[in-house]
Design a protein around this ligand. Structure first.
Ligand code: FEO
Length: 396
């Protein structure tokens, strides 16, 4: 399948309806994803990025329907990660000397991945490649999200090929933003930002400002995953500016795991207390052992505060809580608040362990955490409601 985007630009990627895990098991993709590759035809013909290795044959067979491979003059690798470069080894067996345009880090990463000495051409921000009626302008985007990442801009068609930036792990038969369900699209775009781009907030703001200063008209944004932004494409750029500015909604998220329901009952009483003192705040509860960590990171991203609870086990915390704390730490969230809670039988270390982890992850601790021994009685649950009420007041 190919999709004509403009007279001279064709999408030649792969929609992967089956994908359910990405980055190993780190990122869940319930709506699949796509690996977007683009073919530009002018006096010189250019291929931008490829697809993940398992789809190499389909990709090359499909590409051959669009162009004689020997007529591809240049390949641009905006990003060397395997989901975009995986088909290069087989493609380059067919057209071995084709110049590959990428950043200097791109050369290192491609060599690190494939151990081949291909015909690399290093480019920097502002370098241009004339392809006939059009030029391609390169814009380095280091650490958005890998050291090699760059964007490519096509004049005349005014298309920004932004690679992972502005993407979503979202599969649709309709490849354009104006043709898909807006709630689904933004849910996936936010989750993608929260899980992949949050650590680079400052770089994102700087990069968007840098690109704005170039005054390049942007008619279409073609990312490397998900749908293409052709209807008011700057809407996603503006959304990124909002998200990059330490985004939060009026939400508090309670994440817990529980052995025999004591910590769950504490969580529910804390939620009750929050609502008693702060009626406007959205309170969400998740048993993280039964939840999806990719979604949970999205919920933390939207929250002004998080409340994390675990029973104590073997002087430690439950493994599901350890896992979500590791996910949260990796995102380097800023300006968010947190507090810990949990039940215990004899030693009761969980609250201190969680609190220390949250501090290390940059959260402001709102209050000393609350812990209750054995199964909470009415007095214990009342303490949790009062605790929640205090937290709710602090979040007004
Ligand atoms: Fe979609 Fe960073 O690869």
């Amino acid at each position: 399948m190919s999709i004509k985007i403009t007279e001279n630009v064709t999408w030649v990627g792969k929609t992967d309806w089956e994908l359910r895990k990405f980055h190993g098991d780190e990122y869940t993709t319930p709506k699949g994803s796509s690996y977007n590759s683009y073919l530009i035809k002018d006096k010189k013909n250019v291929l931008i990025d490829t697809v993940w290795k398992p789809y190499t044959k389909e990709f090359i067979d499909n590409l051959k329907k669009e162009i004689n491979l020997n007529d591809i003059d240049y390949i641009i690798v905006n990003h060397a990660e395997s989901d975009h470069s995986g088909a290069l080894p087989e493609l380059l067996k067919e057209i071995p000397n084709t110049p590959i345009y990428c950043t200097s880090n791109g050369v290192k990463l491609l060599k690190g991945h494939y151990h081949e000495n291909w015909n690399f051409v290093e480019v920097k921000t502002g370098d241009k490649l004339n392809i006939g009626e059009r030029e391609i302008i390169f814009i380095e985007a280091k650490m958005l999200h890998w050291p090699d990442t760059m964007f490519s801009y096509l004049t005349e068609d005014n298309i920004l090929f932004s690679n992972d930036g502005f993407g979503q792990h979202y599969c649709s038969e309709f490849m354009y933003n104006d043709l898909v369900d807006q709630a689904e699209l933004y849910t996936e775009a936010l989750k993608y930002y929260a899980n992949i781009l949050t650590p680079f907030n400052k770089l994102i703001i700087n990069k968007i400002n840098e690109i704005s200063a170039l005054n390049l008209p942007i008619k279409i944004i073609c990312p490397s995953h998900g749908i293409i932004w052709r209807d008011n494409p700057l809407q996603i750029v503006n959304k990124y500016l909002e998200w990059a500015n330490d985004y939060q909604e009026n939400q508090v998220t309670i994440i817990y795991d529980t052995m025999w329901n004591s910590t769950r009952r504490m969580a529910e009483s804390i939620a009750l207390g929050i609502k008693q003192s702060n009626k406007d705040i959205i309170v969400k509860l998740f048993n993280c052992a039964r939840s999806d960590n990719t979604n949970l990171v999205g919920e933390v991203f939207k929250s002004k505060a998080i409340i994390i609870g675990s029973s104590t086990i073997n002087k430690g915390i439950l493994s599901s809580i350890a896992a979500i704390l590791e996910h949260i730490k990796g995102q380097c969230f800023k300006k968010k608040k947190a507090v810990a809670f949990g039940s215990y039988g004899w030693s009761g270390e969980s609250v201190n362990i969680i609190t220390e982890e949250l501090k290390k992850s940059g959260f402001e601790i709102l209050e000393e955490g609350i812990k209750l021994i054995w199964v909470p009685d009415q007095e214990g649950l009342k303490k949790c409601i009062e605790f929640g009420s205090k937290i709710g007041q602090k979040l007004i």
